[in-house]
Design a binder for this molecule. Structure first.
Ligand code: HEM
Length: 143
């Protein structure tokens, strides 16, 4: 949800808002990393802790996504956000700004999808999507 907020506020301001508002968003996003980075580390870390030695099935699929999520964040998203914040502060909305912005939006969307898949698999492991069967032994009428 944090990354989706960054993504949507970027897309909406760049489509519809003046440069001053875009700059406010671009400068605010790196501050959001102070929240996002520890939360992601805690999510991954607690996942590994709960998984113990298990590495098969859905846990394996979740683990395989983690290097992509982490390298996407460290190599693309954080440097891009810092670069865009400095460009926006200098009011330089040039071709380089928009090229890096496109790259950031694509990388951000990739991480939203990968984290969403990890969330889905987490809910699956906990049986959150299972439809409860009606109790066949019950004498109460089933509505
Ligand atoms: C950072 C991305 C991740 C997200 C967004 C995520 C999300 C979730 C969610 C939503 C649940 C369900 C919690 C519930 O319904 O109570 C869950 C459970 C779980 N996740 Fe993750 N997870 C992530 C990473 C990982 C990793 C890297 C591992 C394994 C190394 C992992 C292992 C587990 C396990 C074992 C459970 C089940 C916990 C239990 O049975 O109590 N997760 N996860």
């Amino acid at each position: 949800m944090t990354i989706a907020t960054f993504w949507l506020s970027t897309a909406l301001t760049e489509l519809f808002a003046p440069h001053e508002t875009i700059a406010l968003v671009k400068i605010a996003i790196p501050w959001g990393f102070l929240l996002l980075v520890p939360m992601l580390a805690a999510t991954g870390g607690s996942g590994f802790f709960l998984a113990k030695e298990r590495r098969a099935g859905l846990i394996g699929a979740k683990i395989k996504r983690m290097p992509f999520i982490a390298s996407n964040g460290i190599l693309v998203l954080i440097p891009a956000a810092l670069f865009l914040a400095s460009k926006a502060k200098a009011a330089e909305f040039d071709t380089t700004f928009y090229a890096v912005q496109m790259l950031e939006l694509v990388a951000g969307l990739t991480n939203i999808v990968l984290l969403g898949l990890n969330m889905r698999d987490g809910f699956k492991m906990k049986g959150r999507f299972r439809v409860r069967q009606p109790d066949r032994l019950s004498t109460k009428p089933i509505l």
